[in-house]
Design a protein around this ligand. Structure first.
Ligand SMILES: [Zn+2]
Length: 468
C-alpha cells in the first residue's frame, strides 16, 4: 500500500514521477487570477494564528463544517480562533474524498512541515506548532509567496480602487510581481439603480469629474482603465452568470443610462441591452491595450436569502447555475472578432455540463494570430478538484490543444492555497505518464517534459506578455 501524501502523491507510474519531479516541480508559479488582499501584501503582514490565514473568509471550509453539523458561531461567529480551528479539525476526518481533505494536508505539509493527519486529537499540537512558525519573519505573507516560488500574481480590483497598495508593493522591490486586474462588474450592474448611482458618485470623486451622461461615464471609466494600465495591469476579469449579447443602438444606451442616472427603474430588456453594450466597451478597451480578458461564467449566487441577510455575499451560499451559455458567447465573441477587436480571452465555466461547449467554443476564434489566443480556463471553484481538473484537461486535449494551455491559477483568497498549482501539476504529469507507459503516447520524455513545463509556466509567461 502506498503511503498517504508522500512525494509521489497522485503519480501512479515511474514516467509520471519523472515528469513531475524533473520537469514540473522546479517551475515557478504564475497565478494570473486570485483574490488576495493587496493591503496584506503591501504591509507584509504576519498572522497571529493559523485560523486567521486558513479559516477567516474560507467559505469552502465553512460549507463543509455546516454540512458536518457545526454551528455558525464556529464558522463566521464569535467563537475564539482556537475553538474555530478545533471545530474545523473535528470536521476534517469527515471530508474524506472531498478536495478539502487533500488541500488541508497538502497545505499543512508544504508550509508547516506537518505530516500528521488533522483531527480532534491532533488539533491542539498542530495549532500551536503552526502558530509558532507564523511568528517567524519568513512566514509573513511575502515569505509565504516566496516559499511557493510565485513569480507573478494578479489580484482582482474594482475600477474605483485607487491601487495605493499596488503602488506601495511596486515601489519596494518585492521579488514577486503583484499586478492589479480590472474587474468592472459593478460598473455594469445597472439593474440596481440605487447602488449603481452610488457607485457613480464614488467614480466621480475618484476621477475628479462629474458624470451626467453616458459619454461622461465612459470617459471617467476609461481614465480608470488607463490608470490600471499605468500600474502594470494587463488583465481584466468579469464574474457573470452569462454573457450578454443583445442588439442595441448607441442612442438606446444613452437613453437607458440617462433614465438610470435620474433614478428611473429600468425594464429587463433595458438592463440586458446596457450590459451587452458595456461588455463590448470593456472588451474593445482590452483589445486596444493588448490585455487578456477573462470571463467567469455560470455561478448562481446568494441562494439562501436568510443567510445572505445575516452574513452578506461570498459566505458559502453559491452553487452551479444552469444558464445557457453557447449562443450569447458565440455572438459576443463574433461581434468583436468581426471588428478585429477580439483581445486574448480566457473563458471559465462553472457548470461542468458546459465543458465540451467551452472546449469547442474557443476553437471558433483561434485564428492563427497567436498561440492559444482564446483559452478555456482551468477547473474553477466547484470544479477545482482532481475530477474537475482531469475532465477539463481531457476535454481540452480531445477538442483543442492541451499543449498551448496557460494552465492553473488559484482564484483564491488565501495565502496558503498555492499548493493547488502542485496538485494540478501532479494530475497533469500522471495523465501524460500513464499514456506514455501504456504506449498511447511515444516515450519521448524530453518533448513531453517540455510540454509539461509550457503548461505549468512558459505558456502563461508568454501569453500575458510577462516575458518582455
Ligand atoms: Zn475569481
Amino acid at each position: 500500500m502506498k503511503k498517504f501524501l508522500d512525494e509521489d502523491f497522485l503519480l501512479k507510474t515511474d514516467t509520471a514521477k519523472q515528469l513531475y519531479h524533473e520537469y514540473a516541480a522546479p517551475m515557478p508559479i504564475i497565478d494570473y487570477h486570485n483574490h488576495l488582499p493587496p493591503v496584506q501584501i503591501a504591509n507584509d503582514i504576519k498572522f497571529d494564528n493559523i485560523t486567521q490565514v486558513w479559516l477567516y473568509g474560507d467559505h469552502y471550509k465553512w460549507r463543509a463544517m455546516r454540512t458536518n453539523g457545526i454551528a455558525e458561531r464556529y464558522c463566521t461567529g464569535d467563537a475564539s480562533d482556537f475553538e474555530k480551528f478545533e471545530q474545523w479539525a473535528a470536521t476534517v476526518p469527515y471530508t474524506l474524498r472531498n478536495p478539502l481533505y487533500h488541500w488541508t494536508h497538502l497545505e499543512l505539509q508544504r508550509y508547516f512541515g506537518v505530516n500528521e493527519l488533522l483531527d480532534s486529537s491532533s488539533a491542539r499540537a498542530i495549532y500551536d506548532h503552526c502558530n509558532d512558525l507564523l511568528q517567524k519573519p519568513e512566514y509573513s505573507v511575502r515569505g509565504l509567496l516566496g516559499k511557493m516560488n510565485v513569480k507573478v500574481l494578479c489580484t482582482t480590483d474594482d475600477p474605483i480602487d485607487n491601487l495605493a497598495f499596488h503602488q506601495q508593493i511596486a515601489g519596494d522591490g518585492f521579488g514577486t510581481k503583484v499586478f492589479p486586474a480590472f474587474r468592472p462588474d459593478k460598473a455594469m450592474a445597472i439593474d440596481d439603480v440605487v447602488s449603481f448611482n452610488a457607485y457613480l458618485g464614488k467614480l466621480e470623486a475618484l476621477a475628479n469629474t462629474s458624470i451626467s451622461d453616458f459619454n461622461d461615464y465612459l470617459m471617467a471609466l476609461k481614465s480608470r482603465h488607463e490608470f490600471f494600465a499605468s500600474m502594470g495591469c494587463s488583465v481584466s476579469d468579469h464574474g457573470l452568470e452569462e454573457i450578454y449579447a443583445e442588439d442595441y443602438t448607441a442612442q438606446e444606451i444613452r437613453n437607458i443610462f440617462g433614465k438610470a442616472r435620474n433614478g428611473g427603474e429600468l425594464t429587463n430588456t433595458e438592463v440586458l441591452k446596457f450590459k451587452s453594450a458595456m461588455l463590448v466597451v470593456f472588451a474593445e478597451w482590452d483589445h486596444e491595450k493588448g490585455w487578456v480578458q477573462q470571463y467567469h461564467l455560470g455561478a448562481l449566487r446568494n441562494n439562501n436569502e436568510r443567510m445572505l441577510r445575516q452574513l452578506g455575499a461570498d459566505t458559502g451560499w453559491d452553487s452551479i447555475g444552469d444558464f445557457s451559455q453557447a449562443k450569447a458567447l458565440s455572438r459576443f465573441l463574433s461581434r468583436l472578432d468581426n471588428d478585429d477587436k477580439l483581445a486574448k480571452t480566457i473563458l471559465y465555466n462553472l457548470n461542468p455540463a458546459d465543458n465540451e461547449l467551452m472546449a469547442t467554443m474557443i476553437g471558433n476564434f483561434n485564428d492563427g494570430s497567436s498561440e492559444g489566443k482564446v483559452q478555456w480556463g482551468s477547473g474553477w471553484w466547484f470544479l477545482d478538484q482532481k475530477d474537475g481538473m482531469t475532465k477539463q484537461i481531457n476535454a481540452l486535449s480531445n477538442m483543442g490543444l492541451l499543449s498551448r494551455f496557460v494552465g492553473m491559477l488559484t482564484d483564491s483568497r488565501s495565502f496558503l492555497s498555492f499548493p493547488r498549482h502542485e496538485y494540478f501539476r501532479r494530475i497533469l504529469c500522471d495523465l501524460f505518464g500513464s499514456e506514455i507507459e501504456s504506449g498511447e503516447l511515444p516515450n519521448d520524455i524530453a518533448w513531453t517534459g517540455k510540454i509539461v513545463q509550457d503548461i505549468c509556466y512558459n505558456n502563461a509567461h508568454k501569453y500575458f506578455g510577462w516575458n518582455k
